[in-house]
Design a protein around this ligand. Sequence first.
Ligand code: NAD
Ligand code: AKB
Length: 312
Amino acid sequence: MKKILVIGSNGQIGTELVLSLRERFSSATVIAADLGENAPELLKNGPYVKLDVLDKTSVRDYIISNEIKEVYLLAALLSVTAEKNPAFAWQLNMDGLFILLDLAKEKYIDKLFWPSSIAVFGPTTPANNTPQHTTMEPTTVYGISKLAGERWCEYYHKKYQVDVRSLRYPGLISYKSPPGGGTTDYAVDIFYKAKEGTIFDCFLNEQTELPMLFMEDAIRATIELMEAPSENIKIRSSYNLAGVSFTPAILSAEIKNHLPDFQIKYKPDFRQAIADSWPNTIDDSIAKQQWGWQAKFDLPRLVDEMLKNIRK
Ligand code: NAD
Ligand code: AKB
């Protein structure tokens, strides 16, 4: 059975991706990798290795000597943390990608997944039903790094036939592992406050509409993309992907349907400008046509799942 390595396994996506890949293949062949000395509790059902994606020698040695054939590269700084340390964000988000693209070019890896984001779009992009191919002038260091990464993925595919696949994830909503420093994090944090019964101070204003996706859908999209026949994957930069779009006002109204006493206050901060530069809704028709993508979770179902599963 092919060996799969998930780098950045301990984060919001990595945790659920590793668990799903282990269920689908086998626990022994899906190796989690992150900076920590030990695997988090949830990932103790399979192998874990301490690995810094910026340590080129260790990454190459590990992948080559263990005959890893598929890599999911999730290590990155997200939009908010990247703004606090732009130079390091650029280094982490780009250098790690090159190390993996080169291993694929040299044929050590057969297939690479690297996530992009709706952050590749900017204020000059059409905000509603944002098309796959459109004006892209991101204004955050995170968005710039993701757009550059997309161009490099396409370049390595065209020039060296590297089988690299990518999705422009919207904000991801999950309950197993917390989000790691993004602008869309409010849409997860809000559920913890709602369950605690405390007022939620929202760092975006009530009318800020952003594209979001429930984690179960995101993981399914990732695995479906990776398993699709290569000839169906005609976009090698990154695919638009959509689930559900909502504002803080719409989300809190849906939460109130379950918890009528829930209260939200709006205290927009510097993250408002990041959110304002991103789309409201995304057109993912090309992903639907080319590899059969279809989101399953609408807002009522997403809220129901979050409130059922999130711990106080
Ligand atoms: P996260 O911050 O929750 O997790 C990232 C993980 O990478 C962390 O566990 C961290 O310890 C690890 N990491 C950081 N530096 C590392 C290094 N040098 N070597 C090895 N591991 C390192 O992020 P996430 O939300 O899981 O996002 C994963 C990827 O998906 C990122 O590329 C992100 O840009 C992208 N993405 C996420 C979202 C989202 O809403 N979560 C949306 C769009 C795109
Ligand atoms: C962020 O808010 O930075 C991420 C993203 C949409 O890429 N969740």
